[in-house]
Write a protein that binds this ligand. Structure first.
Ligand code: FMN
Length: 400
């Protein structure tokens, strides 16, 4: 998924901390822990300064995530060396120095059984501690650093929820930038106020029934330079890297670029985005953006729009059928404190993954070891007016 940047995360859900090491960020980016903390708070299901939405795990009341920058930053600026971030697990205090009872009944929809079979674990906790979405706090920290890099070049990344369970909100009439702004005012991160009410009710109803819900979220990037990705290499198509990054999020089972699935049911002339020259500045622009800002695996200068489907949370209060691996007897999976719906939280992880992929693609395109080295190259790459494209009408002998 990434070619220039490397991200390694480590840490167990109830261990001392989760960690991120991010390699190949250019030097000269102003960076402080506070640049990361805002996104960590949002991942907890809160808007800064407010409570979590109904149905966010009670653990979010325990954790108060804060980033500690341990390496790669000196005098408030990145140096080009690997950046290390640590986020302490406050819940660790209640797990440390205590005997924990055995976990031997795998929960359907979790990594429990698959990880135990793969690694021959003597207790499911060896796997589930790492498979937990607590790990996504480290990704959000790394994503926030990439977000800061992208912002240097005028790229804004945001996300919002369009469906929770059977409730969906049609946000197509709201311009992309306004959607991002409106989502920041909704606890369930839906840009539509009436849709937010219905989504909240849907989460409450699922909780009342002892059940869980999933949903759909979108991530949008504005101001993305054209020319990121590749049409020439299957594994460098930005479309495949974005989809891969999104489905790497725990619980996300599908992702699409632009109007992929709805477009599949329509005619070509309704789906493709006509090209025109903007009178004011002669730029080549699109009348519509069904392609979600990508053609041939390359950004085309329009807003980047990706969408992801998250399954209902696996841990259900109404227990599901399983088998006790200690006895071989049928057993009910045990309920552990959990989200009823994590879609409004997963949006932030989706934003982080898109930031990582875009920062990586930008570095791949323009190279550079410092922000100042990158700046003129990014400016050049943005030019897509007619007179930037020196084309002549002549014949070519391509294969003599
Ligand atoms: C932000 C976030 C929070 C999550 N919270 C929970 C949770 O509280 N309970 C739960 O069962 N799954 C939760 N999940 C999903 C599980 O981590 C995921 O379903 C599980 O690890 C199995 O992986 P898979 O669904 O990708 O196969 C969450 C996912 C994300 C992205």
């Amino acid at each position: 998924v990434l070619s220039r940047i490397r991200l390694l995360t480590a840490g167990e859900s109830h261990g001392p901390a989760v960690l991120a090491v991010l390699e190949n960020m250019p030097a000269g980016l102003a960076l402080a822990a506070e640049d990361i903390d805002g996104d960590l708070v949002r991942r907890q299901g809160r808007q800064p300064g407010s409570h979590a939405y109904p149905g966010a795990s009670a653990r979010m009341g325990i954790e108060d995530d804060r980033a500690e920058l341990l390496a790669g930053v000196m005098a408030g600026t990145t140096t080009g060396a690997p950046i290390a971030v640590r986020i302490a697990n406050r819940d660790h205090a209640s797990w440390k120095d205590r005997d924990v009872e055995a976990t031997t009944v795998p929960r359907p929809g979790h990594a429990d059984l698959a990880a135990a079979v793969k690694h021959r674990y003597p207790d499911l906790r060896f796997g589930l501690e790492r498979a937990s979405a607590r790990e996504t706090a480290a990704r959000v920290a790394a994503g926030a650093i990439c977000r800061k890099l992208l912002a240097e070049f005028g790229v804004r990344v945001g996300g919002y929820v369009t469906a929770i369970g059977s409730v969906s909100a049609d946000v197509s009439a709201i311009p992309a930038e306004a959607r991002l702004d409106a989502a920041t005012r909704s606890d369930v991160r839906c840009p539509d106020a009436e849709g937010s009410d219905r989504m909240r009710a849907e989460i409450r109803e699922a909780a009342r029934q002892g059940d869980t819900v999933g949903g759909v979220f979108e991530v949008v990037a504005l101001g993305v330079p054209p020319g990121l990705g590749s049409h020439a290499h299957w594994d460098r198509r930005l479309s495949s890297r974005l989809v891969g990054a999104l489905v790497s999020i725990p619980g996300v089972k599908g992702a699409e670029i632009g109007d992929a699935f709805s477009g599949a049911r329509r005619r070509g002339t309704e789906v493709h985005d006509p090209i025109e020259i903007r009178q004011e500045d002669g730029a080549l622009v699109r009348v519509t953006n069904h392609a979600g800002g990508l053609e041939g695996g390359i950004t085309n200068g329009e807003a980047l729009v990706v969408r992801a489907a998250m399954k209902p949370i696996s841990t259900t209060r109404t227990t599901m059928k399983s088998v006790d691996l200690a006895t071989g007897q049928p057993a009910a999976a045990r309920y552990e404190r959990s989200d009823v719906c994590a879609v409004p939280r997963a949006v932030i992880v989706g934003e982080a993954m898109v930031c990582l992929v875009l920062a990586d693609a930008l570095l791949e395109k323009v190279g550079g070891d410092s922000i100042s080295e990158m700046r003129p190259r990014v400016e050049t790459s943005r030019r897509m007016r007619l007179d930037d494209l020196a084309m002549a009408r002549r014949e070519w002998r391509f294969w003599p």
